[in-house]
Design a protein around this ligand. Structure first.
Ligand SMILES: N[C@@H](CCC(=O)N[C@@H](CS)C(=O)NCC(=O)O)C(=O)O
Length: 206
């Protein structure tokens, strides 16, 4: 399998399936396309019909969009979703909520693994969304949202990194600590720190 992703420093959507594949121990190659340069769109379109990353290529099959990729992976590794039907419905609900919502958080607290922006981005709307995430994380079974690591954790992984950058405190600190302690998260962070590219519109002075 080939996973096409963007910059590890900035591409929150790319992190989701990448992390799930690493935690599951699936073998895959990755192709990293630095985003928003003059050639980026053309390069992405060679793989992804939506013109966006992430995109998973499995032989002749192409799967794009982070949540669709997680669902595809779950067909091979059902443990990505909780075994209990009611828990599974809740895991899917909060994953869908992350996929379609939290627009203010995305806009005002863009992912930037390398930087620290304490106190920034806290508009009233962002604070409301942080409260909602705090409530979701407070219901974590521990150490991850539904016990063992799963698709819902993959969906919230970029928020863990955003809260690290913007120094957002939440009630359930253990959850973020467990996520940051995953060897795959460390690997992503280390790679993001070594990336040479910067995207000026996402790279405000600290
Ligand atoms: N809903 C999509 C969003 C994908 C997305 O917006 N990806 C961004 C990078 S994080 C992208 O490809 N941007 C490049 C572009 O639009 O040219 C998903 O869940 O995968």
């Amino acid at each position: 399998m080939l996973l096409v992703i963007g910059n590890k420093n900035y591409s929150s959507w790319s992190l989701r399936p990448w992390l799930a594949m690493k935690v599951l121990g699936l073998a895959f190659d990755e192709k990293r396309i630095p985003l928003y340069g003059p050639a980026a769109k053309g390069e992405i379109l060679k793989h992804s019909p939506s013109g966006k990353v992430p995109c998973l290529v499995d032989g002749s099959l192409v799967v794009w969009d982070s949540l669709a990729i997680l669902e595809y992976l779950a067909e091979r590794r059902p443990q990505l979703w909780p075994a209990d039907a009611a828990e599974r419905a809740r895991a899917r609900s909060i994953s869908a909520e992350m996929h379609s919502g939290f627009a203010n958080l995305r806009n005002h607290m863009g992912m930037n693994v390398r930087k620290r922006y304490p106190g920034r981005g806290r508009t009233p709307e962002v604070l409301e969304e942080i409260k909602r995430i705090d409530a979701i994380w407070s219901q974590a079974k521990g150490p991850f949202l539904f016990g063992a690591f799963g698709a819902a954790d993959a969906m919230y992984a970029p928020v863990v990194l955003r809260f690290r950058t913007y120094e957002v405190r939440v009630s359930n600190r253990e959850y973020a600590e467990a996520m940051l302690a995953l060897p795959a998260m460390r690997e992503w962070i280390d790679a993001a720190e070594r990336e040479p590219e910067t995207i000026p519109q996402f790279d405000l002075p600290e």
